[in-house]
Design a protein around this ligand. Structure first.
Ligand SMILES: C[S@@+](CC[C@H](N)C(=O)[O-])C[C@H]1O[C@@H](n2cnc3c(N)ncnc32)[C@H](O)[C@@H]1O
Length: 220
């Protein structure tokens, strides 16, 4: 299911190779320690399709976690030139170092302190967001860059849209999701977190990803 205010810039449909790549990375990482927050197979397939179509050379990943998305990007058949990955959690940093620092020495750059990133002339064809996003990083999104957001991250997308607008730029985020689940019962904690209460929803959009490209801002 595709949702979005504007027409998608590209027709993005994962092919068999994207699904196989996404499944193999997801299955492998789901078994690893600390895998509770990894990207969904669905989002990985769409990211694989995006990389196949736009062929990015320089990619920035924000919130690399234990490296599921990093692995998908570094192992992608359309070989990217360089992946810069931001991660601040100690457990994840050690995991990423063990996994990628030697195996992908020439193509993987781990950034543990995002304040050290020099915004200046750097250009990333693609920025992938699946973690803590500092608004200063919006300046790394330039005309033509693509942005991939795993899950929903509504407040992050709003910050990006607002910050780009200040620079006379826009982004046409389009949502790719796994459809809608109707009449769903679940549980939630009460306000004081003392009791577990039932929660009913008429419909819930199943998690996916958002993808957009930065363009000049056109006035209505
Ligand atoms: C949604 S997770 C990122 C997952 C990552 N993209 C992946 O697919 O492997 C967002 C953030 O949660 C934190 N995180 C993820 N896994 C963690 C773990 N096992 N232990 C502690 N923090 C974790 C990291 O700081 C990470 O940037």
């Amino acid at each position: 299911m595709i949702r979005g205010k504007k027409k998608p810039i590209l027709k993005l449909i994962p092919n068999e190779i994207d699904w196989v790549h996404a499944r193999s990375v997801h299955t492998c990482y789901a078994k690893k320690s600390g895998s509770q927050h990894i990207a969904t197979e669905f989002a990985l397939a769409y990211l694989s399709a995006l990389v196949r179509i736009i062929r990015p050379k320089y990619v920035l990943e924000i919130g690399a976690g234990i490296g599921t998305i990093s692995q998908l990007l570094l192992d992608h058949p359309n070989k990217i030139t360089r992946l810069a990955a931001i991660e601040g959690n100690c457990f994840c940093i050690e995991t990423l170092k063990t996994r990628f620092a030697t195996a992908f020495k020439e193509r993987f750059n781990l950034i543990t302190d995002p304040t050290k990133i020099e915004i200046g002339e750097q250009y990333f064809d693609l920025i992938v967001i699946d973690g803590l996003f500092e608004s200063k990083l919006c300046d790394l999104l330039k005309k033509g860059s693509f942005c991939f957001v795993e899950g929903s991250r509504k407040s992050t997308r709003k910050v990006i849209i607002d910050k780009l607008e200040n620079r006379n730029l826009a982004i046409n985020f389009v949502n790719y999701n796994q459809g809608i689940r109707y009449f769903e019962w679940s549980t939630k904690y009460s306000d004081g977190r003392k009791r577990i209460l039932p929660k009913f929803r008429f419909c819930r959009i199943l998690k996916g990803c958002w993808i957009g490209q930065v363009t000049p801002l056109t006035m209505p």
